[in-house]
Design a protein around this ligand. Structure first.
Ligand code: UD1
Length: 356
């Protein structure tokens, strides 16, 4: 019998990292057709991850980056439909909450190809976020919903979704276990930036709610400038553009650098005194690495990191951020919230069962 075909659709930085362990696991029993929508296209936002994770080049690259949400998602939808019609996969696999996720999900659902969503069930309950719209819609057209946390299962149940729901753990944890050992060997970032463990903070900002609101962005930069430590700030292209356009400035203790590869960001995180971020992935990585995290948002999908005492939601309140940074230290315990590091293996087993 010929191998069943799974079509993976990704397009943004965190999705390359999440797809890598699943692709490795899929290779044993599936043919995988890999589609890159091109949502992220700069070398440092895309190619570097394929190299570091030793992923083969995508089978299809749609070049659908940039534009408005409708333009970007529409372009992806049109191209993905053509690919699905010619490849005829047995399952489509999408990740997370980006426009690439939604485009892959809609295209598959309309063609009645079963859809599996990795990182299903996350909710911020803030519909102003494009990511919240993407994840809610994707979950509602998925036949398999791979949840990383207990909270995700509860969120889905509240929306009446109980079938096809599996708590498999978090593929980001699988990725971290695989990549951290390599990163420790290969990354030279601490030396090249002249950093020592525990002596600096690491900041990242890319959410539209922060970058596209000059008052919020100004408050974040002011907060970073008020900290008593050096701050390393790898700047996402969206954020760089907004800082340039609004003419905001940064204090001397804040060092803006280009986005870094995955090995470098893991090492920067592992050795930081504190991480300040609006990224979902980094809130989890901070927890898994045992580094305190201050989240520059009012809410989070990763509520268990806050409940466990390792993550503080500060919004963009300058005093709250500075106070948290200077005085707050986590409680100590770090229960295993994200599974056992074999989420990818469990996903493959479940797909195998579905496709017999
Ligand atoms: C997207 C996702 C977000 C995810 C994030 C990871 C959506 C709605 N948002 O946000 O969920 O957490 O990726 O980084 O899908 N750009 C470049 N070079 C690149 C990539 C982007 O210049 O390689 C520019 C784009 O042209 C655009 C801006 O950066 O002007 C934002 O990119 P976009 O893909 O809209 O979303 P992200 O902010 O990256």
């Amino acid at each position: 019998m010929s191998a069943k075909t799974v079509c993976t659709i990704v397009g943004a930085r965190p999705q390359f990292i999440k797809a890598a362990p699943v692709s490795r696991a899929l290779a044993a029993s599936f043919r995988e057709v890999f589609v890159h929508t091109g949502q992220h296209f700069d070398y440092g936002m895309s190619d570097v991850f394929f190299q570091e994770m030793e992923m083969r080049p995508p089978d299809f690259h749609l070049g659908a980056g940039g534009g408005t949400h409708a333009e970007q998602t529409g372009k992806m939808l049109i191209e993905i439909e053509k690919i699905l019609n010619s490849v005829k996969p047995d399952y489509v696999l999408v990740y997370g909450d980006t426009n690439s996720t939604l485009a892959g999900a809609l295209a598959a659902a309309k063609l009645q190809i079963p859809l599996a969503h990795v990182e299903a069930g996350l909710r911020s309950y803030n519909r102003a976020m494009p990511e919240e719209i993407n994840r809610v819609l994707t979950d509602h057209v998925s036949s398999l919903l791979f949840c990383p946390t207990d909270a995700a299962i509860v969120n889905l149940a509240r929306e009446g979704i109980t079938e096809g729901v599996h708590r498999v753990g978090d593929v980001m944890y699988d990725a971290l276990l695989h990549n951290l050992a390599l990163a420790r060997k290969r990354s030279t970032i601490l030396g090249s930036l002249g950093l020592e463990k525990g002596t600096y903070a690491l900041a990242t900002v890319h959410r539209a709610a922060n970058t596209d609101d000059p008052a919020r962005m100004a408050a974040i930069l002011q907060s970073l400038g008020s900290l008593s430590r050096r701050v390393i700030f790898p700047v996402h292209p969206r954020t760089r553009k907004m800082i340039r356009e609004t003419g905001l400035s940064v204090s001397d203790n804040v060092r803006m650098v280009e986005p870094v590869g995955h090995f470098d960001i893991l090492i920067l995180q592992e050795n930081a005194d504190c991480i300040l971020t609006d990224s979902g992935g980094m809130q989890k990585e901070a927890y898994l690495l045992g580094v305190r995290c201050i989240t520059l948002r009012e809410e989070t999908e990763w509520v268990e990191t806050v409940q466990a005492g390792w993550n503080k939601l500060s919004g963009v309140d300058v005093d709250a951020i500075r106070d948290a940074f200077e005085t707050w230290r986590p409680s100590g315990e770090r229960p295993a919230l994200y599974g056992n590091g074999n989420a990818a293996g469990e996903i493959c087993q479940i797909l195998n069962r579905e496709l017999v």
